[in-house]
Design a protein around this ligand. Structure first.
Ligand code: NAD
Length: 317
């Protein structure tokens, strides 16, 4: 299969690229090495990806519609896996217009290029943040998703909607996957688990926002990768599917388990809630089980142990 993968130099994308390469697919990556976090980390990810097989790199920006058209026409992918985005909830509060440009307009440009080239299938990396502070738990794909609490969440929901419109107007089939907090080796440095682990390793106090009672589904990256590959293999219309973790976990429990995985003591200071953060996420996995035969396999304890081993061995950027 020929795969065009956007965001392949990033955290999740680099793991997805390796998995496609390992099973013998032809992979082209489009990424602009955005400076949201240190691009040197993304260069290192790309070096590791290249060790799994031959990969073509297009260093281009999603906002450049003409380049996207040319690349999609040249690559003639069987599937586009679109993971490039401005990620991160809190920074989106500072730069909402930039998030819209990249995540909404960039996605539209890519869908247009896919339609022009006759690409049959498009997988969109969406997010559990589209559910906002929905009172219904666990979150189901047909729950209302019209009350985002951050610009980032709004751009991900908008991305899903323009995907749906593209399907209705002769574009590719689309699978939108709502990822629930993903963690594992190469995790983005500003994400909570990585940030906390780095502070614990340095013997520093952790700042926990809110009372610590917020809850999340944490999903190990290898589970997400399995879901993305299964989705990439099977799309034929429009579907939205949750990809969530094995167990829903309180923030205070996460921090305790992280200390255990690192085998180090944890000191915590509570601070007031941050705008944009949701109180709870948990995924209903009925639809994805039926549609892709997918369920998460890695427990939080196992995943944190794996992550801790990686972080202790990882070269510092
Ligand atoms: N990590 C999570 O917990 C999580 C949860 C839900 C959804 N997601 C989504 O999954 C996808 C991957 O997230 P990640 O955590 O790996 O983030 P990441 O920041 O590590 O990866 C995103 C990649 O997109 C690239 N990119 C950014 N702007 C670009 C542009 N204008 N043109 C081309 N490339 C650009 C970046 O350089 C980066 O390599 C994103 O779409 C994100 O919104 C992630």
């Amino acid at each position: 299969m020929r795969v065009l993968l956007t965001g392949g130099a990033g955290f999740i994308g680099s793991h997805v690229a390796e998995a496609f390469l390992r099973r013998g697919d032809a992979v082209a990556i489009l990424d602009n090495f955005d400076p949201f976090y240190d691009p040197a980390l993304k260069r290192r990810n790309m070096e590791e990806v290249a060790a799994s097989g031959r990969v073509v790199l297009h260093e281009e920006d999603l906002r450049d519609a003409a380049s996207l058209r040319r690349i999609v026409a040249d690559e003639r992918p069987d599937v586009i896996v679109h993971l490039a985005a401005k990620a991160g909830v809190r920074p989106s509060l500072e730069q909402p217009a930039l998030y819209s440009e990249v995540n909404v307009l960039g996605t539209q440009h890519l869908l247009d290029a896919a339609r022009a080239a006759g690409t049959p299938h498009f997988v969109f990396g969406s997010s559990s943040s589209v559910y906002g502070n929905s009172p219904r738990r666990p979150f189901r794909e047909d729950d209302p998703a019209d009350q985002p609490v951050s610009p980032y969440a709004a751009t991900k929901r908008a991305g899903e909607l323009i995907c749906r419109a593209a399907v209705a107007s002769g574009g590719p089939a689309v699978t939108a996957l709502r990822f629930f907090t993903v963690y594992g080796p190469r995790q983005r440095p500003e994400m909570a688990i990585r940030l906390f682990a780095t502070r614990i390793l340095r013997g520093e106090e952790l700042r926990l926002f809110g009372s610590g009672t917020s809850e999340r589904d944490y999903t190990f990256v290898s589970d997400i990768v399995r879901g993305v590959l299964r989705a990439a293999d099977t799309g034929n219309s429009f579907r939205v599917l949750n990809l969530g973790g094995v167990e829903t976990t309180r923030l205070t429990d996460l921090v305790r388990m992280l200390g255990e995985a690192l085998d180090l003591p944890v000191r915590v200071r509570h601070e007031k809630d941050q705008p944009g953060d949701v109180e709870h996420t948990s995924a209903d996995l009925t639809a994805v089980r039926q549609s892709l035969g997918w369920a998460p396999e890695v427990s939080l304890q196992e995943g944190l142990a794996h992550f801790a081993r990686w972080l202790k061995a990882a070269p510092r950027a």
